[in-house]
Ligand binder design. Structure first.
Ligand SMILES: [Zn+2]
Length: 60
C-alpha cells in the first residue's frame, strides 16, 4: 500500500520539475538575429528556418 502512494508522489514531483524547467530551457536560444534588420541597427530575433517578422527575410 505505501508503494502506490510513493509512486504517485514521484510522478507529481516529476511534472513539477518539467513545468519549472520548460520555459527556462527555451530562453538561452531564442533563435537567430535577422541580418537585414541587424544592418539597420535593429536586433530582431527570428526562429531558425522562419522569416523575419519585420522585413520577411528568411533566416536559416
Ligand atoms: Zn528583418
Amino acid at each position: 500500500m505505501p508503494s502506490s502512494a510513493c509512486h504517485q508522489n514521484c510522478s507529481e514531483e516529476l511534472s513539477e520539475v518539467l513545468l519549472a524547467s520548460g520555459p527556462i530551457t527555451t530562453m538561452p536560444v531564442p533563435g537567430r538575429r535577422c541580418p537585414a534588420c541587424l544592418e539597420k541597427g535593429e536586433t530582431v530575433w527570428v526562429i531558425q528556418g522562419k522569416c523575419c517578422p519585420e522585413c520577411g527575410t528568411p533566416v536559416n
